[in-house]
Design a protein. Structure first.
Ligand code: FAD
Lengths: 944, 406
């Protein structure tokens, strides 16, 4: 096409250079990549996926099936971007794509972000309908968001020569834009595509924030922004899309939609020399008028209808155009590059063909309301004979579909309909503000749309008559599918791949449905089209992830004592979102040396750890004891204030869910701890039961995990270290026995002290306010310095508790383990009910050959058999072997000076004394099954 | 391979479109993969001639064509390993047996571990697999990088990759092709495939099923197999049977077509599982919606979370486009294992509960279910997967074990 010396919505003062397949070309500000390419006479913009045929720009918008390009360089290169939606900028780098996009491993500096908004009225589409709707609702005082994918409002008005209130439509658009901008509650979002419609009127938008700017001007700006809008009312003013026609060689560069030819003229000042217009409806006649007025030779006007009696055809005749009704294109001829040179024309009724030379064939197969968002909400559609397309059925609740999206193509209809929808939406929400009169435009009476969609190949060869231009599927392909017995459009889609391309087969669907209907002799309305799925337009993965990248992927949770761990050189492990100190290596130490040192400090001296990540729940209310009795397998109600008890919870199926310590602070107040990982789940579990099962119970829960910092001070010297720090608290074992809790002051800080122990040693677990945690830690370290107090991490804790045969829920147990399996049958109260109890009575839960917790001692005391290894009786059995269980915890014990561990094996303790094997790819070490308590079985050490 | 090539593999003839006969020896309700596989095996393995599949929509419209097609057999429990390994062995011969290019590709399924707990569970699964005769190996972070170079193994990740388990024999297949292949194979063996035929009730006389009420009229049946996936609770209720299923949406998505870059299937506990299909698009699954529903659409935030998780592991995917998303309704049992066996109604059999992971089971599910229907009693491979295990408590828990939902 040729660029006219003036005209279009271009800024001629700003010539822009861009690169296309390595060539430097130029265009103007206001161009899209597609128009700039056409302006440089680039007619072939890519090759087709299956047959490798040359393809050119076939639309000026969403209908595009060919012109997809690789845009940008380096880490920000983006594959398969629709060229008709890319605004040209200085320095744009684009490449034509052969089928597959390219991704770059380089770092992408583009930033994607999210915003959330509430709207009274969300208007999707900024054409005449949407503008009228937004204005009407906005003037009523409603909070309106209006989004349009183009760089400015106007929609179809930008490509046509309409008059509104007797003046060029552009003036009305400008005035309306100013009015909208002046309304404080109205937000106009240009360059913004609504791509998803969610339940309860959630609309998700993608805004191009800086994509249209030269790279250098983007710094500090987001690349794109995802908006999640929740709207009380939604107005879909999404317009209609023009449909191509199917005939032999209908895919050449030089064939485009009739409305696109006008868009390239009016917006981009591009014209062909000789045009053939192939119409099935009245709208295409605008192309005849407009291009003629621009000096283009109208080589032929073909109308597939038997007669064309609408307003526009009549005008055309009056203006002297020769209109051939009942005439169609039966084929096209290309030059050596495949670019259109001439079309074959014939009458539907039969007779000879003639050749019409031209460089542009403008086709219009009719219009399809753009209903993707409506369909995403499962909105219905119905076939309309007069318009030969699917119109929306009833809108979904709190939504309205207006204008061309509702099959009302006349401009006046759009303006009036939009305004009414805006007023109605605002009124439904109780707004009553200014009402301005409707603008008006004179609509032409429109004739019926032809139901012609396909012109049979005169030679019967339908393998070049493309239905899906993007995926290269032809009439022959559909015929083949039908021959195979396939009937449903979804099967045809899967057999032929129709509609599976980047553009979701937007311009192919209706023709595909018709091909199927025709092929099997069914009514098209019954066959329908394959369903539209979100997103309405492709969006980059990065837009959905937005800022949840890198370090911001998930919050890092640290305790108030974290800086001390860092200063001590701790190695951390991830426990959910928490960072926990795993061990504290000293210079020259690896993990095993550090862990041995830390364990021995606990056993022989004094040590401390940061247990602040444990879940903590404050349970209050007169029914608290009753409530906890129902949750825990053991009795809680008998606990005296000031005392604590180890508690165990089951899921409904009787499987161990969580364990922790329950402290009774006052008759009606408990303080419950959970494992780190289950802090949330236990809280939810409690709330769920309070809210849905036992709403009669007067119990209130507060999660206080991040209100209390907790430091267990552990080891035979713990009492000596703590004594000077407490005021008026008798720490003797008589006054402060095991499982007692006292509130008091530690190191000048209000504190709660509990005598609970997960290592078997004397331990005082000190809790203070979260923000005083570090002060507590420092004070304890200070007080213990004379005793070589040693910080220990989770790894040492794991060894220590394993030596005692204490389980970790989720490590030594899994989703099949009952309390009895875990050796905790003593925790099951027989005289009360609790969650999971009934399940425990099922026969399979009672079997004696269930897996049970045991200890293991490897034959070779220097070999730590890996956790997760499975145990068998006969290491030489062929696979599949008879598996008896697996090792759940496995370490070297500094206290018994050898390797040891815990396992779950069938029959449990009945196997004590047996030798089993742990086969691996490289051997099968033998282990002896023993009692799971390896250290201080009588519990003599816990009082110090 | 060329993006359109597999369309050309589709044969000239797939199936007849017969009207239902007045009665059949066996009627299978549900024309998804498991229903088709059952019908095929009834005819092929057990010589039952008068078999029909009745399907309310079009063949495969449910989860059959909505899943992410991951195939693996590295399940934790012995019963599961035996069943899924049987399935995988059948996949290995199916292309030939069905005489159809189903694009079964054993490119390996890599399950990444990101913390100590996951590493421990990963090893547990691996050792169990090895003893059960299922191939499985451990890759440390370095080996992960070598096997799948686009995985981000940087220590700076929020949750760095600690390593992963690899089942090399795992992989993917093309779901549409498997539907076509099975339907064609069943049709050839004389099975009537009846589409657009919804079952709305059952004839049950003195505790025994004798026929079905459908939108195409009554169909008599000697035996009936229910294979309704997410809609099973509705079907079972028509027969007066309670099933312990929760039906919930599970979402998946595809990207646009990009150059080959992902040589295997990768999944992790952050609820990402992704592979690159033969055409070149990335196919990705997400977590299950946390509520029950029969609406085939999922929550948007699940997609957002999933993308964030995907870009942790694969930063290179940042600018690839989300092209289409959808959801299927998955039928999840309390122990995340399927139910395949007899019911309290005589001659009414049940195959459901495959939940988020039944694509891989397509061959074996039909194989054992056909056996169960033909003999009136389960095969050794599915005996443990009985409906009554939820009463006895003999569960086959696969929750804790497989961190992934596929
Ligand atoms: C998003 C997603 C991702 C998944 N990813 C994987 C994966 O990677 N790997 C894997 O192994 N599995 C995966 N799955 C699971 C897998 O898809 C299912 O387990 C499996 O497809 C279920 O078997 P089916 O194909 O027979 O089910 P379906 O295809 O759902 O078949 C059930 C059929 O029953 C029909 N039906 C229901 N009620 C009636 C009635 N009243 N009358 C007649 N017909 C009826 C339905 O219309 C349907 O066709 C995934 C599932 C989903 C949703």
């Amino acid at each position: 096409m040729k660029r006219r010396p003036s005209g279009g919505l271009l800024d001629r003062d700003r010539a822009l250079r861009f690169s296309w397949d390595g060539r430097t070309l130029s265009g103007f500000a206001g161009d899209t990549l597609a128009s700039a390419l056409l302006g440089n006479n680039v007619s072939t913009v890519g090759r087709s996926v299956a047959q490798g045929r040359p393809r050119g720009v076939m639309s000026a918008g969403l209908e595009e099936a060919h012109a997809f390009a690789q845009i940008g360089e380096g880490g920000a290169t983006e594959p398969l971007v629709r060229s008709t939606g890319v605004e040209l900028y200085e320095g744009l780098v684009a490449r034509s794509l052969s089928i597959r996009g390219v991704l770059s491993p380089e770092t992408d500096s583009g930033r994607f972000e999210k915003r959330y908004a509430h709207a009274d009225v969300m208007v999707v589409g900024g054409g005449p309908t949407g503008i009228a709707a937004a204005l009407a609702a906005g003037l009523q005082g409603a909070r309106v968001v209006i989004a349009d994918e183009g760089p400015e409002l106007g929609g179809a008005l930008l490509r046509d020569r309409y008059l509104i209130d007797g003046r060029p439509a552009a003036e009305w658009v400008r005035a309306a834009g100013l009015m909208l901008a002046g309304l404080p509650e109205v937000r106009v979002l240009p360059r913004t595509t609504a791509f998803a419609a969610l339940d309860q009127n959630g609309i998700v938008l993608a805004e191009r924030v800086s994509q249209h700017l030269p790279i250098a001007d983007r710094s500090g700006l987001a690349d794109r922004r995802l908006w999640r809008v929740r709207a009380k009312q939604v107005i879909l003013a999404t317009g209609a899309l023009e449909r191509p026609l199917v005939f032999p060689d209908n895919d050449r560069p030089g064939i485009m939609l009739a409305s696109a030819a006008r868009a390239y003229l009016h917006r981009f000042a591009l014209t062909p020399e000789r045009i053939v217009v192939f119409a099935t409806n009245d709208d295409a006649y605008r192309t005849v008028f407009d291009l003629h007025d621009a000096g283009v030779v109208i080589a032929a006007v073909l109308d597939a209808r038997d007669e064309a009696t609408g307003g526009l055809p009549r005008k055309a005749r009056q203006a002297g155009f020769e209109i051939e009704t009942g005439a169609v294109v039966t084929g096209t001829i290309g030059d050596q590059d495949g670019v259109l040179q001439a079309v074959r024309v014939a009458r539907l009724a039969g007779g000879g063909e003639r050749l019409v030379p031209c460089d542009l064939l403008a086709v219009s197969g009719g219009w399809d309301p753009n209903l993707n968002l409506h369909q995403q909400r499962r909105g219905a559609t119905r076939w309309d004979d007069r318009l030969a397309t699917f119109l929306p059925g009833a809108a979904v609740p709190m939504q309205t579909i207006v204008g061309a999206a509702n099959g009302r193509y006349g401009l006046n209809d759009c303006l009036v309909g939009g305004r009414e929808a805006g007023l109605a939406a605002a009124a439904a929400l109780g707004f009553a503000g200014t009402v301005v009169p409707a603008p008006s435009a004179g609509d032409e009476a429109e004739g019926e749309h032809a139901s012609v969609w396909h012109i049979t190949a005169p030679d019967g060869d339908e393998s070049r008559s493309f239905i899906d231009l993007h995926r290269d599927v032809t009439v022959a392909g559909v015929t083949r599918a039908l021959g195979a017995g396939v009937r449903h459009v979804e099967h045809v889609k899967r057999y032929t791949l129709i509609g599976t391309g980047v553009e979701q087969g937007r311009s192919a669907k209706v023709n595909a449905g018709r091909a199927v209907a025709g092929g099997i002799g069914l009514d098209f309305a019954q066959v329908g089209v394959s369903s539209g799925r979100p997103p309405a337009e492709p969006v980059p993965f990065a837009l959905l992830a937005a800022r949840s990248r890198g370090a911001l992927f998930e919050p890092v949770r640290t305790t108030p004592i974290h800086p001390a761990h860092v200063a001590l050189g701790a190695v951390f492990e991830d426990a959910g979102q928490w960072k926990r100190a795993r061990y504290y290596p000293r210079p020259g130490e690896g993990m095993s040396e550090a862990v041995v040192r830390e364990c021995l400090a606990v056993r022989n001296g004094v040590a401390l750890m940061d247990a602040s990540t444990l879940g903590k729940i404050d349970v209050q209310g007169p029914d608290s004891a009753k409530f906890l009795d129902r949750l825990y397998t053991n009795r809680i109600g008998t606990l005296k204030p000031g005392r604590a008890r180890y508690g165990l919870m089951c899921r409904l199926d009787g499987v161990v869910f969580d364990d922790g310590v329950v402290m009774r602070l006052e008759p009606n107040r408990f303080f419950v701890t959970t494992t780190t990982g289950n802090a949330g789940p236990v809280m939810e579990w409690m709330e769920q039961h309070l809210q849905t099962e036992w709403p009669d119970l007067r119990v209130w829960l507060t999660s206080v995990t991040e209100q209390w910092a907790t430091v267990p001070l552990v080891g035979p010297r713990a009492r000596e270290v703590l004594a000077p720090l407490v005021v008026g608290m008798d720490l003797s074992k008589e006054a402060f026995p095991f499982m007692a809790v006292k509130d008091g002051v530690v190191a000048g800080l209000p504190a709660r002290v509990a005598r609970v122990s997960f290592s078997g040693e004397l331990a005082f677990e000190v809790s203070v306010a979260w923000d005083q945690g570090l002060a507590l830690w420092d004070a304890l370290l200070d007080a213990g310095s004379a005793y070589a107090i040693t910080p220990y991490g989770t790894e040492a804790l794991d060894v220590l508790r394993t030596e005692k045969g204490y389980i970790i829920v989720g490590q030594d147990t899994d989703a099949t383990t009952t309390p009895a399996d875990a050796g905790l049958e003593w925790m099951i109260a027989q005289d009360k009910d609790f969650l999971g109890k009934r399940s425990l009575e099922r026969p399979a839960m009672q079997r004696t050959d269930r897996k049970g917790l045991v200890g293991i001692l490897p034959d070779d005391p220097g070999v730590v058999v890996p956790e997760g290894c499975h145990l068998v009786a006969d290491p030489n059995e062929a696979t599949p072997m008879t598996i008896l269980g697996h090792i759940t915890s496995s370490f070297v014990s500094p206290s018994i000076r050898r390797s040891f561990g815990l396992a779950m094996v069938t029959g449990g303790r009945a196997r004590v004394g047996q030798r089993l094997y742990a086969p691996m790819m490289n051997g099968a070490p033998a282990v002896t099954i023993v009692d799971p308590v390896f250290y201080d079985p009588k519990g003599a050490r816990r009082d110090g | 391979m060329h993006p359109n090539e597999h369309a050309l593999h589709n044969p000239e003839f797939l199936w007849r479109n017969p009207d239902p006969k007045p009665s059949y020896d066996v009627v299978i309700v549900g024309g998804g993969l498991h229903g088709l596989s059952t019908a095929y095996h009834l005819a092929r393995n057990h010589g039952i001639k008068r078999v029909a599949v009745v399907e309310r929509g079009w063949l495969g419209n449910g989860n059959a064509v909505r899943n992410t097609t991951i195939i693996r057999s590295n399940y934790l429990r012995d019963e599961s390993a035996a069943l899924y390994e049987h399935c995988l062995k059948l996949w290995e011969v199916w292309t030939e047996e069905l005489d159809y290019e189903i694009l079964f590709s054993q490119r390996g399924v890599l399950t990444l571990n990101h913390n100590l707990h996951e590493v421990r569970e990963g090893h547990r699964g691996m050792y169990s697999n090895q003893l059960n005769g299922v191939d499985s190996e451990w890759l440390d972070a370095q080996a992960v990088k070598e096997f799948c170079p686009i995985v981000n193994t940087s220590a700076d990740l929020r949750y760095p990759v600690a390593g992963g388990t690899l089942q090399r024999r795992g992989g993917i297949a093309r779901h549409d092709a498997v539907v076509f292949a099975l339907a064609r194979a069943a049709d050839r063996l004389g099975v009537d495939l009846i589409q657009g035929c919804e079952v709305t009730g059952f004839d049950i006389q003195r505790g025994r099923v004798t026929g079905l009420v459908t939108t195409k009229g009554r169909i008599g049946a000697g035996k009936v197999g229910l294979v309704g996936a997410g809609r099973t609770p509705l079907l079972a209720r028509m027969a007066g049977i309670e099933v312990p299923l929760q039906s919930a949406p599970l979402q998946a998505l595809v990207s646009d077509i990009v150059e080959p870059m992902l040589p295997c299937v990768v999944s992790n506990a952050l609820h990402v599982y992704v592979s690159q299909a033969h055409k070149g698009e990335l196919v990705m699954g997400a977590g299950r919606d946390p509520y029950t529903s029969y609406a085939q659409r999922g929550s948007f935030h699940i997609l957002e979370d999933q993308m964030a998780a995907a870009l942790q592991v694969f930063p290179i995917f940042g600018r690839v486009h989300l092209l289409r998303t959808w959801a299927g309704i998955v039928d999840v049992t309390p122990d995340a294992s399927p139910i395949v066996g007899i019911t309290p109604v005589e001659e009414l059999y049940l195959n459901c509960g495959w939940g988020t992971g039944g694509f891989k089971a397509t061959p074996g599910s039909g194989w054992v279910f056909a056996h169960t229907i033909a003999h009136g009693a389960p095969h050794a491979l599915n005996a443990a997967f009985s409906l009554d295990r939820f009463e006895t408590g003999a569960l086959i828990d696969e929750h804790g074990a497989s961190v992934a939902v596929h």
